[in-house]
Ligand binder design. Structure first.
Ligand code: ATP
Ligand code: MG
Length: 567
């Protein structure tokens, strides 16, 4: 399914319209709600990824557009997997993406006492019971899609007995897994979620926020809707896999004395080719050392993408282009990269850098003479101005921009050929230095003084324009080039997802030569290396050892080269 990419929902979405926004608008128009309240409900068991960005932009976006508010609520009901590091990183990432919850920071654990009271409430109404069956027995009794379930032998306990056992569960009298509290709904329900779902489990574990106050924890299903109700959430927006949990969501709201009646709506989760958006797998990548950490620039986490140089505006633009649909689909990674390039193109100054340097000596340029030329910062944005670049007798060009025996359609430098050095002069290759192994170690060229700035007064054309860096004031840096972490568009489709890790997802180049103005670039600040791509300094950079990340390549470096254009 890798090639079936989701159509960006531009049609009929002038104001970013989609079915969620339509529902909200009609709820407001009909007076069913007076205020739009949404929430983004992460589980603090990992870092946020691109899929979460879609949910964040949707939840915070609609709240903004309709003058409502969006809560950040940590769904912290599983103390064994949750950590403060994740709580902190999630808050930082939501802010970075450009959204703010104001005073509305909540934790499901804040509601543990209320949820417990509501569980007693259900017991009191004969709608919940304590089950002593083992997890395996409960699973067996649940039935299948085609067969109804079986009633547990503990289903008909008296209210008094259930209350007593549930209180003793809370008091810590029983071991993990010894008993659970279940809703008493219908073991023959067509929807398996309604076959007496589990409300509470015994888990003797320390919680990051409530410490050892609790040894029973509510399940997601028993927590989520009631938390929405407590917070007066009007539209509880989640991904499609919760579609068949909705009847249960509504059942709790209908049977409990909750302060408001929220509704759940489902949209398609983001799936991206070559990318894994599952915290379980991302956690394995980190734990097993396949990446340097959650913020490894190859990770689809927001922290990784930020470190790689992705501006938050590019993520918002991508999410907007993907749109919000009710059918699952696979989005082509190219859609993400295009959004990235469009945003980076507008904001990035152009600079010259040579990643794999080849020295070029201009034989008819006097030793020691340098000259200052004017380079344009962004040809598409003249207001970004120009900068001086220094030129001299020795420069560097990319190794790839020279060929001893040029193939057809190679319009760069070769013996006897003339090319333009961007913003500088035309040069012609006169001779080549080679080592004993036959490798080219330096080129000798001559320049035409009449071509300063890049035009020949006689109107003669050259087919190639090369970027370059002057040797006398170049700075040396490391460049990290990132490729897809997974080597196939549908990682894991054949089973072991780790077997699909690409061997060449990181390429590190040492000794890159950069124009000196790049020494002043701050960490994360975007720049376009002409003809190479968008880069930014990595936090590993030191004043005397700069490290640049390639955020994304240019789509058309080869085409540009072909045009041999000056601009
Ligand atoms: P994962 O599957 O990676 O473990 P999750 O759904 O368990 O993710 P949560 O922390 O529970 O992670 O997610 C918080 C919110 O983000 C939920 O509302 C969830 O629906 C949404 N979300 C998670 N993954 C995606 C995705 N790929 N696309 C859109 N929304 C997502
Ligand atoms: Mg979840």
């Amino acid at each position: 399914m890798a090639n079936s990419s989701e159509t960006p929902s531009s049609a009929g979405t002038e104001a970013g319209r989609d079915f969620i926004r339509d529902i909200i608008q009609s709820d407001l128009d009909a007076g069913r709600i007076s205020e739009v309240v949404t929430r983004f409900p992460p589980e603090p068991n990992g870092y946020l990824h691109l899929g979460h960005a879609k949910s964040i932009c949707l939840n915070f976006g609609v709240a903004q557009e309709f003058g409502g508010r969006c809560h950040l609520r940590f769904d912290d009901t599983n103390p064994t997997k949750e950590e403060q590091e994740f709580i902190d990183s999630i808050q930082a990432d939501v802010h970075w993406l450009g959204f703010d919850w104001g005073e509305h920071l909540y934790f499901a654990s804040n509601y543990f006492e209320q949820l417990y009271q509501w569980a007693e409430d259900l017991i009191g109404k004969g709608l919940a019971y304590v089950d002593d069956s083992t997890p395996d027995e409960i699973r067996e009794m649940r039935g299948t899609l085609t067969e109804p379930g079986k009633d547990s032998p503990f289903r008909d306990r008296t209210i008094a007995e259930n209350l007593d056992l549930f209180r003793r569960m809370r008091a810590g009298e029983f071991a993990n897994g010894a008993r659970v509290l279940r809703a008493k709904i219908d073991m023959a329900a067509g929807n398996i979620n309604l076959r007496d779902p589990i409300l509470y489990r015994i888990l003797h574990a320390t919680h990051p926020r409530t410490g050892d106050a609790w040894c029973i924890y509510p399940t997601y299903d028993f927590t989520h809707g009631q938390s929405d109700a407590i917070e007066h959430v009007s539209h509880s927006i989640c991904t499609l896999e919760f579609d068949d949990h909705r009847p249960l969501y509504d059942w709790f709201i209908a049977h409990l004395p909750v302060p408001s009646t929220p509704h759940q709506y489902e949209f398609a989760r983001l799936n991206l080719t070559y990318t894994v958006l599952s915290k379980r797998v991302l956690t394995r990548l980190v734990r097993d050392g396949h990446v340097s950490g959650w913020d490894d620039p190859r990770m689809p986490t927001l922290a990784g993408q930020r470190r790689r140089g992705v501006p938050p505006a590019a993520l918002r633009e991508f999410v907007k282009r993907v749109g919000v649909a009710r059918a699952n689909s696979m989005v082509d990674l190219a859609l993400y990269q295009d959004a990235l390039r469009d945003v980076l193109n507008a904001i990035s100054p152009r600079r010259m850098a040579v990643l794999r340097p080849l020295k070029v000596i201009i034989d008819n340029w006097e030793e020691g003479r340098t000259e200052t030329l004017e380079a344009v910062n962004n040809p598409e944005h003249p207001e970004m101005g120009t900068r001086p670049v220094s030129f001299g007798r020795e420069i560097y060009i990319e190794r790839d921009d020279f060929a001893l025996a040029p193939p057809p359609r190679f319009h760069r430098l070769a013996p006897g050929r003339e090319v333009r050095l961007r913003y500088a002069y035309f040069v012609t290759c006169r001779s080549v230095e080679q080592n004993a192994a036959g490798e080219v170690t330096a080129l000798h060229v001559t320049y035409d003084p009449e071509t300063r700035g890049g035009d020949a007064p006689d109107g003669r054309k050259v087919r190639g324009t090369l970027h370059w860096v002057a040797a006398h004031d170049a700075i040396t840096a490391e460049a990290r080039l990132y490729n897809q972490l997974f080597g196939r568009p549908d990682p894991g489709a054949d089973g072991d997802i780790m077997a699909d890790l690409a061997p060449d997802s990181l390429e590190v180049l040492q000794g890159c030569k950069l124009e000196p103005s790049l020494a002043g670039q701050t960490v994360g600040e975007a720049v376009q290396f002409e003809r190479l791509g968008y880069f930014c300094p990595d936090p590993d950079s030191r004043p005397d050892a700069l490290v640049f990340n390639r955020t994304v390549g240019l789509r058309d470096s080869w085409a540009k080269l072909h045009g041999g254009k000056k601009g």
